[in-house]
Design a binder for this molecule. Structure first.
Ligand SMILES: NC(=O)c1ccc[n+]([C@@H]2O[C@H](COP(=O)([O-])OP(=O)(O)OC[C@H]3O[C@@H](n4cnc5c(N)ncnc54)[C@H](OP(=O)(O)O)[C@@H]3O)[C@@H](O)[C@H]2O)c1
Length: 313
C-alpha cells in the first residue's frame, strides 16, 4: 500500500520551504537591479489573501494536490498547512512528500502522501481506488502535476516520445483522474482548480510545441467541461499562469533573467480561488494579448543565444 499515514518514521527536512533553496541558487545569476523588482511588481501585483475566509472554507475538507513535491504544489501545501484540512499529496518523489508531511503535520493539517507516476495506469488505478475509499469524500482538486519540454522541431525529429509523454501527464492524466472523481466532487459540491498557462491564450511559441499542445489540450477539455460541471454544483477555476520561478524553468537560462512570479505568490492566488471560487485568474496584461505574444515569441531567440534550447524543463 503506498499511502503513508504514519509520521513516525519520517526524515525531517532542513527547511519547511525547500523550494526557496533552488530559487536562491537560480537567483545568483539574476540581475538584482531595482528595475527588475519594479517590473515584477508591475507585472505581478501582490495578491491579498484572507486567511480567515480560507480557513472557514477549508475546515474539515479534503484537498487533493497533484504535483505536490515541488514548485507551486509544494508551496500550496505549506500555505494550507495551518488549516484544519486533510491534504492528499501526489507526486513521484516519495521521500520529498514524506519530508513535507513531517514538516506540515506539526501544524494543523493532516497529510496523506500518495507517491504515484500519474502516467502509469497501475499507479493511477491505485490512486483512484484510494480516493473512492475516502470516508468523507473529496472536496477540492488542484490539478497541478505537469512536465514541460523546451526543444526545437529539428531536434525532435526522432523524439516522438516527447509528445506522448507530455500528453500523458499534461492531458490524459488529469482527464482520467477527473472523469473518475467527478461523482465524488458532485456529492460534496466541490471545486477543481487547474494550473494552466498564459501561453494557451497567446500565439504559440516556437520550441515549445510538445508542452503547449498538451497544456492547450487540457485547458480546452476543462473549459468545455466547466459549464456541465458547474451545473452539477462543482466549481471550476482555470489559472492562467505567467512564468513562475520554480524548478520547471531553472534549466532554461534565458528565463532566469526574465521577471517571473514566485511559487508562493501563485499559492496565495490558489488560496484566494478556493474561497472566491472565481472561474479564471489571469494576469492583467493578458488583455494586450498580441503584444504579450510578441514578447514571449522573442524568448526562443534569447534561449538560442544562450545555447540551451533543448533541455527538458
Ligand atoms: N513554472 C512555470 O513557469 C509555469 C507557468 C505556467 C504553468 N505552469 C504549470 O504549473 C504546474 C506546476 O508547475 P511547477 O512550475 O510548480 O513545476 P515543478 O516545480 O516542476 O513541479 C511539477 C510537479 O509535477 C510533478 N509531476 C511531474 N510529472 C509527474 C508524473 N508523471 N506523475 C506525478 N507527478 C508528476 C512533479 O513531481 P515529481 O517529479 O516528484 O513526480 C512536481 O511535483 C504545471 O502544470 C505547469 O505546467 C508552470
Amino acid at each position: 500500500m503506498c499511502v503513508v499515514e504514519a509520521a513516525g518514521e519520517l526524515t525531517p527536512s532542513t527547511s519547511p520551504y525547500p523550494i526557496k533553496a533552488s530559487i536562491k541558487e537560480g537567483s545568483e545569476i539574476m540581475p538584482s537591479a531595482s528595475l527588475h523588482s519594479l517590473l515584477s511588481n508591475l507585472l505581478f501585483p501582490p495578491t491579498k489573501i484572507n486567511k480567515q475566509k480560507l480557513e472557514r472554507q477549508l475546515a474539515g475538507k479534503t484537498v487533493l494536490i497533484t504535483g505536490a513535491s515541488s514548485g507551486i504544489g509544494e508551496q500550496l501545501a505549506y500555505l494550507l498547512s495551518e488549516m484544519r484540512v486533510h491534504l492528499i499529496l501526489v507526486a513521484r518523489r516519495e521521500a520529498k512528500l514524506l519530508a513535507m508531511k513531517s514538516d506540515i503535520e506539526v501544524k494543523a493539517a493532516h497529510v496523506s502522501v500518495f507517491p504515484a507516476d500519474l502516467r502509469d495506469p497501475k499507479d493511477m488505478e491505485r490512486l483512484l481506488t484510494f480516493l473512492h475509499q475516502l470516508p468523507d469524500g473529496l472536496d477540492i482538486v488542484i490539478s497541478n502535476a505537469g512536465h514541460s519540454i523546451n526543444r526545437s522541431i529539428r531536434e525532435s525529429l526522432d523524439r516522438y516520445h516527447d509528445f506522448t509523454r507530455t500528453m500523458a501527464i499534461n492531458y490524459f492524466a488529469p482527464v482520467q483522474l477527473l472523469l473518475s472523481i467527478i461523482p465524488l466532487l458532485e456529492q460534496n459540491q466541490g471545486h477543481i482548480i487547474n494550473m494552466s498557462t498564459v501561453n494557451v491564450m497567446l500565439i504559440p511559441m516556437p520550441h515549445w510545441a510538445a508542452y503547449q499542445a498538451s497544456k492547450s489540450a487540457f485547458d480546452t477539455w476543462f473549459r468545455s467541461a466547466a459549464p456541465e460541471l458547474n451545473t452539477m454544483g462543482i466549481a471550476t477555476t482555470s489559472m492562467y499562469l505567467p512564468l513562475v520561478r520554480t524548478p520547471m524553468i531553472l534549466s532554461t537560462a534565458a528565463y532566469r533573467k526574465l521577471p517571473a512570479m514566485s511559487p508562493e505568490h501563485v499559492a496565495k492566488m490558489i488560496g484566494n480561488a478556493i474561497y472566491t471560487r472565481k472561474q479564471t485568474f489571469k494576469p492583467w496584461w493578458l488583455i494586450f494579448g498580441g503584444l504579450a505574444s510578441l514578447f514571449f515569441r522573442t524568448m526562443p531567440r534569447l534561449s538560442r543565444k544562450k545555447g540551451n534550447g533543448h533541455e527538458d524543463v
